[in-house]
Design a protein around this ligand. Structure first.
Ligand code: PGA
Ligand code: ZN
Length: 431
């Protein structure tokens, strides 16, 4: 049973306030609670290139504190309404608890209590349920079959709204498809990260990093970013493509023209306005030239037609991931499946706001034969929930940023622990 819930306003990796939830649970019955009780905490991440229909992150709006970004109201909802409703409920009844919170909030997008308040409790409930069940979190949420380690898609070059450089696309990732196991893949990636740093240094390019820990040099084009990464892969001693492939998130919502559907303005890379066909030929050239296995958000969140055309043309050779358009919401993923908008969905817990609904989004993808790509946010914390959740969902791959910044590394490190725990039972493969 849940015996106590508390919350605190803490900071995320960008120095913005976020919600940390503390939850206590004990076995029911006389005198049981305190003696056998557990206490866990969970902290909520926060995005920058957010989709319009994401669940609402409640911010105080009081300009005198943190420029309006405080979360004291969300914290007070956890300590008040959510605590009052949930104390006494069996902490292992995740679905019921999530449903109770959704009903208590009463809005379609969790704007009354705040998705940050609700998700913090939902994650804490899962963690406490795992401890009460004497199971690691990945096994509690994923069952006996949760043994597959994810391929770490490492975002080693940042652009877009995650960095202040001259690169339009947001994320350039390396994908160790040819590694024998997770820890080997992680090591390959980290070695490439260090080689890329020395290449940038040699050329007089900046080695400072963006929000997700990837380098953020000023480059002439998106092509140059990919060329540098391929060079780093080869200089590190790996075969680009066969051993380490590439993935890109263009996060095109951030350069889509707001009023003109299907029109895009890339600030850099030659600039100018591009229509869908213009964007498509940029993509075609890059996909022909580089060993890319996954592309996320090639078009803006409202441009379902652009996505459809892209999937029609490239969907049989690469994983086409929808992020801002699907926002981990079953309703939008269903539409995407019907309209063949993509062949995979990005999965972010805080886009939808409860563990149960996130699992439902994953299930929807599985039913349709889609892939699903587990993801951190650009504003992260030391919480490692995502690592366990990825294994639990049999995700196969995840993105948790680059090989520096502890909020990114914390997840990769937790996965190393899980890999060791799984031992011979663990598996690792792309696809
Ligand atoms: P965000 O970026 O967390 O800023 O939304 C991640 C992504 O676009 O995948
Ligand atoms: Zn994205």
């Amino acid at each position: 049973q849940i015996t106590g819930i508390d919350a605190l306003e803490v900071l995320d990796s960008r120095g913005n306030p976020t919600v940390r939830v503390f939850l206590q649970a004990g076995h029911g019955g006389a005198g049981g609670g305190a003696r056998h009780g557990v206490r866990v905490s969970a902290t909520v991440p926060s995005g920058a290139s957010t989709g319009e229909y994401e669940a609402v992150e409640l911010r105080d709006g009081d300009r005198k504190r943190y420029g309006g970004r405080g979360v004291q109201e969300a914290v007070s909802h956890v300590r008040g309404e959510l605590r009052n409703a949930l104390v006494g409920v069996d902490v292992r009844d995740q679905r019921r608890i999530d449903r109770m919170m959704i009903e208590l909030d009463g809005t379609a997008n969790k704007e009354r209590l705040g998705a940050n308040a609700i998700l913090g409790v939902s994650m804490a409930v899962a963690k406490a349920g795992a401890v009460m069940s004497n199971l690691p979190l990945y096994a509690y949420l994923g069952g006996v079959g949760a043994t597959r380690m994810p391929v770490p898609c490492m975002n080693i070059l940042n652009g877009g709204v995650h960095a202040d450089n001259s690169v339009d696309f947001q994320e350039f990732m390396i994908v160790p498809v040819g590694a024998a196991c997770y820890s080997e893949g992680l090591r390959w990636n980290v070695e490439v990260f260090h080689v890329l740093k020395s290449i940038l240094k040699e050329r007089g390019l900046a080695t400072s990093v963006g929000d997700e820990g990837g380098f953020a040099p000023n480059l002439k084009s998106n092509e140059e970013a990919l060329e540098l990464i391929v060079e780093a892969i080869e200089k590190a001693g790996y075969k680009a493509g066969e051993q380490i492939a590439l993935a890109v998130d263009s996060a095109a919502t951030s350069f889509a023209m707001p009023q003109e559907e299907g029109q895009y303005v890339m600030k850099w890379s030659g600039g100018g306005v591009k229509d869908r066909e213009g964007m498509m030929s940029v993509y075609e050239r890059l996909l022909d030239e580089f060993p890319i296995v996954l592309w996320e958000d090639p078009f803006g969140e409202h441009d379902w037609e652009g996505f459809r055309l892209f999937t029609e043309r490239f969907g049989d050779r690469i994983e086409v991931v929808g992020d801002d358009n699907f926002v981990t919401n079953v309703q939008f993923i269903e539409r995407g499946i019907a309209e063949k908008t993509a062949n995979a969905a990005l999965i972010k817990l805080n886009q939808i706001g409860t563990v149960t609904e996130t699992i439902a989004a994953v299930k929807k993808c599985r039913q349709a034969g889609w892939r699903y790509f587990l993801s951190h946010r650009s504003g992260e914390t030391e919480d490692t929930f995502l690592a366990d959740f990825t294994v639990a969902m049999d995700g196969g791959h995840l993105k948790s940023g680059s090989a520096c910044r502890s909020e990114r590394i914390a997840k990769y490190n937790r996965l190393l622990e899980i890999e060791r725990q799984l031992g011979k039972d663990g598996s690792y493969y792309w696809g």
